[in-house]
Design a protein around this ligand. Structure first.
Ligand code: NDP
Length: 330
């Protein structure tokens, strides 16, 4: 009998009712690809929560093994870049959406999607970062390309207790920025100052409808929340500053005016992690390995097992997960 492993499978019936189950699978059940990876660690991102619960249409092929991030060891490959034993990371490229993803003991994928695990990181370190953390790094790199430096002024981070937010706060603080962390969980102030936030603000200051232009409070902002929060971040950005947008935890709408753009030259920088080109991913992961303090990484992550993934998927959508969740698959 072929070696089997556990996998989470989400399915839909003819009435589009979604169900989720754990089942045994073999490599032959996996989708096409030139490389088989033994999954050693994965994580639960907000998007994985949406995929497992069906609260938003993340899954675009049925049935699907969810899980957009994995770290592990190449078991077999016909791709020129990879050989058995190589340690690799995979983020996005449609895994967990259109291609069977990380919530399985093994994954068969395209070698083009993989990047090498940085030498200083273990698979669980990499998944403590995951897509959320790698997106935080992409956001910081976008601000840097815009000319933002610590000398320009503070950087605001919304959704600061979440995955993108926690990693953004940690890395920005390590790089010398004055970080203003916006959170709905002000009881988590110690957690956020521990990560390096200099100031904590209540997210209610940003999440309600605001004025088209406000006091110039920060040189830049990293937003993973969208909606009024993003509009208010733009309205309170200093002349010539920039705001990155990667998420929609509050909403996919953007109820803003053009005033920050046309009167203050503020820029809105879109961030996508899923289809980001490989050189950008490699740069982001090498910067993460250099700029993210491993003690901070440990303090912002909690470790769960495969059997806890489904509960965590619900919890992340309910805003009950602090920082990052690592799934140890061993
Ligand atoms: P998390 O759930 O870990 O973090 C989101 C945070 O947003 C929460 O912790 C909370 O922070 C805040 N928040 C939640 N609900 C609301 C609300 N109604 N109003 C205001 N703030 C709210 O998710 P992730 O960090 O994993 O992802 C964040 C977003 O970024 C998601 O929308 C995700 O889909 C998106 N994303 C996009 C990527 C891309 O490629 N574009 C890649 C990665 C993520 P607090 O409690 O501190 O206020």
């Amino acid at each position: 009998m072929a070696d089997t492993f556990k996998a989470i499978l989400v399915s839909r019936d003819e009435n589009k009712n979604q169900s989720v189950e754990v089942r045994d699978m073999a490599v032959d059940d996996l989708m096409e690809g030139d490389t088989v990876v033994s999954v050693e660690a994965t994580t639960v991102n907000y998007k994985d929560g949406l995929a497992i619960t069906g609260r938003s249409p993340v899954v675009r092929r049925w049935p699907m093994v969810p899980g957009i991030d994995l770290a592990g060891t190449v078991e077999s490959s016909t791709h020129p870049d990879w050989k058995p034993g190589d340690k690799v990371i995979l983020n996005g490229w449609g895994t967990g959406e259109t291609h069977y993803g990380a919530y399985a003991g093994k994954s068969r994928v395209r070698g083009d999607w993989l990047i090498a695990l940085p030498e200083s990181m273990s698979p669980t370190d990499a998944m403590a970062v995951g897509t959320a953390g790698y997106t935080a790094m992409l956001s910081i790199m976008a601000l840097e390309r815009h000319g933002i430096t610590p000398e320009r002024g503070p950087v605001a981070v919304s959704g600061a207790s979440g995955g993108v937010g926690s990693v953004a706060v940690s890395i920005l603080a390590r790089l010398g920025y004055h970080v203003i962390a916006s959170t709905g969980r002000t009881a988590e102030a110690d957690y956020l100052t521990g990560l390096g936030a200099a100031e904590i603000i209540d997210r209610a200051e940003l999440s309600e409808p605001g004025r088209p232009l406000g006091k110039e409070r920060w040189a830049a902002a990293i937003d993973s929340v969208g909606s009024h929060t993003l509009a208010n971040l733009l309205a309170q950005t200093q002349y010539g500053g920039a705001v990155t947008a990667c998420g929609l935890a509050q909403g996919a709408d953007l109820p803003a005016t053009v005033m920050p753009f046309i009167l203050r030259g503020v820029s809105l920088l879109g961030i996508d992690s899923v289809m980001a080109p490989k050189p950008l991913r490699e740069e982001a992961w090498s910067r993460i390995a250099r700029n993210l303090d491993t003690a901070k990484l440990a303090s912002l992550s909690s470790v769960i097992g495969f059997d806890d993934i489904i509960d965590s998927a619900n919890a992340i959508l309910d805003g009950k997960i602090r920082g990052r969740v690592v799934v140890d698959m061993s």
